[in-house]
Design a protein around this ligand. Structure first.
Ligand code: C2E
Ligand code: CA
Ligand code: CA
Length: 452
């Protein structure tokens, strides 16, 4: 800003101007300030362009701390973060706060990926030291996303968008990660955008299907329920795995629309099954941070006419961890309506036994990674044995996932595992094939009891 712009009588206006460019909590500049700085730098270098870097940092797990210790403690941490960043950024760099627990940077002298990584890693270290809250110390990690001008964007908006994309990658890889927007990410984004459009079209055209995989009681091999698994076969793209398109729908913000279609179809199919069979449905992590999830889920069941007591929802620990309070509330409301909740992929990711104590689950699904190694790996066998014993003690049901052959089934039975699922008992199949499977394998046994 040109200092001669305001006359002496315009002090209040210049105060206002300063306020509009300042983050009131930390005293750092805000996003308007960073935008101006970036503009200014691009103008200065117009004749002799040299790359520079823009970055975003986001604290990992800040929200739970804010919820747990109160917003005053949260504000205190944010001020300490601001202070540290300001003290440690390289000469000539700018740090600003863009609301919440997000801060951003301009590094005029960082030209390339290695340099960007290095400065982010240094700042990550600086933020990893405990924050002093008077009566307690709190540790937080931080995730970084960086973008280099002009490759990752010509102007501020584009650069921030690229840095944000890089940050999202960091978050997806875990805590405390640093990502610089690269050629590969740009290409991946292009592919993802193409995939997103195709997926949105497929939802509208009702081309997303649900398949069902049997879950059996390992004592007598009888089917007790089915897990619903999303299926999409696109005319151009061919078969696309739900492990790819579900996270994409989450990332691009339309998981609700996708999940609604899936649950409606699954619930409608389950209506034709014998009443004692349950439907197990996967909730995505994004749905566990959305307080509307319990209401929408129950409304879909209600419209379809499926008793909530026949529904189980599979959730993962990673999903629970993002925002434990909201997740707890959603699960509480659903359980109050009779829906049961299973902990999916147990033993992978950020496993914490504390979760089983603090959170109310009805069932634990042991991840396929342990089951597939059970035949030739004593360690996996011991782990499964321990999980089964623990679940017995906690009155939780146990399902072993990914049973592929007879010997695995035998071992799991011997270990006292209650339920099983996997190709050995049945591959996921569409609604029609599932009905056929039931008529042949289930209804044939006890047709009257089944429909009682
Ligand atoms: P998941 O929830 O762990 O689902 C189990 C996956 O293991 C499924 O893969 C299933 O087809 C596969 N599977 C089952 N038995 C066996 C076996 O014996 N051997 C092997 N190798 N694999 C087996 P799928 O259908 O590709 O789904 C992948 C993931 O996508 C799921 O993992 C789940 O996280 C997600 N997903 C699928 N459908 C939905 C959905 O409707 N909503 C949400 N939010 N996520 C879904
Ligand atoms: Ca699952
Ligand atoms: Ca699983």
């Amino acid at each position: 800003m040109n200092s001669g712009e305001f006359s002496g009588t315009d002090v209040s206006q210049s105060d206002l101007h300063a306020m509009a460019y300042t983050d009131s909590l930390t005293g750092l500049g805000n996003s308007h300030r960073l935008r101006d700085k970036v503009r200014q730098l691009t103008l200065e270098r117009a004749d002799d362009p040299a790359p520079f870097a823009v970055g975003i940092v986001n604290l990992d797990g800040f929200k739970p701390i804010n919820d747990l210790f109160g917003s005053q403690a949260g504000d205190e941490i944010l001020c300490q973060v601001a202070h540290r960043l300001k003290a440690c950024i390289p000469d000539g760099a700018t740090v600003t706060r863009h609301g919440g627990d997000e801060f951003a940077f301009l590094f005029p002298l960082v030209f390339e990926r290695k340099g960007a990584e290095k400065v982010a890693q240094m700042l990550r270290e600086v933020l990893s030291a405990p924050f002093d809250l008077g009566d307690r110390n709190v540790r937080l990690s931080a995730s970084f996303g960086l973008a280099i001008h002009p490759f990752a964007g010509e102007d501020f908006a584009e650069l921030i968008k690229s840095a944000d994309t890089a940050l999202y990658r960091s978050k997806r890889r875990g805590r405390g990660q640093v990502t610089v927007y690269s050629q590969e990410i740009a290409q991946e984004m292009k592919r993802a955008t193409h995939l997103e459009q195709a997926l949105r079209d497929a939802i509208t055209a009702d081309q997303i299907d649900v398949h069902f995989q049997p879950i059996v009681n390992l004592k007598n091999d009888l089917v007790v329920g089915f897990e619903a698994l999303a299926r999409w076969c696109d005319a151009d793209l061919g078969y696309v795995s739900p492990a790819a398109f579900v996270p994409l729908a989450e990332e691009r913000g339309f998981i609700d629309a996708l999940s609604e279609v899936l649950l409606r179809k699954a619930a409608e199919a389950a209506l034709s099954w014998p009443k004692e069979l349950f439907l197990s449905f996967n909730l995505s992590s994004a749905q566990l941070v959305d307080p509307k999830t319990s209401l929408t889920t129950l409304a879909i069941l209600n419209r379809a006419g499926l008793d909530p007591r026949r529904l189980e929802l599979e959730i993962t620990e990673t999903a629970v961890m993002t925002d434990a309070m909201t997740a707890q509330k959603i699960v509480g409301e659903l359980r109050a309506a009779g829906v049961r909740v299973s902990l999916d992929d147990f033993g992978t990711g950020q496993s914490s036994l504390g979760r089983l104590r603090d959170f109310t689950f009805d069932k634990v699904k042991i991840d396929r990674a342990f089951v597939s190694r059970i035949s030739d790996d004593r360690v996996s066998e011991h782990i499964i044995k321990a999980i089964v014993a623990m679940c017995d003690g906690l009155h939780l049901e146990v399902v072993a996932e990914g049973i592929e052959d007879f010997s695995e089934a035998l071992k799991l039975k011997a270990l006292g595992c209650g339920m099983g699922q996997g190709y050995f008992y049945g591959k996921p199949a569409d609604a029609v094939a599932t009905m056929r499977f039931l008529t042949e394998r289930y209804l044939r046994v006890e047709p009257e009891a089944a429909f009682a």
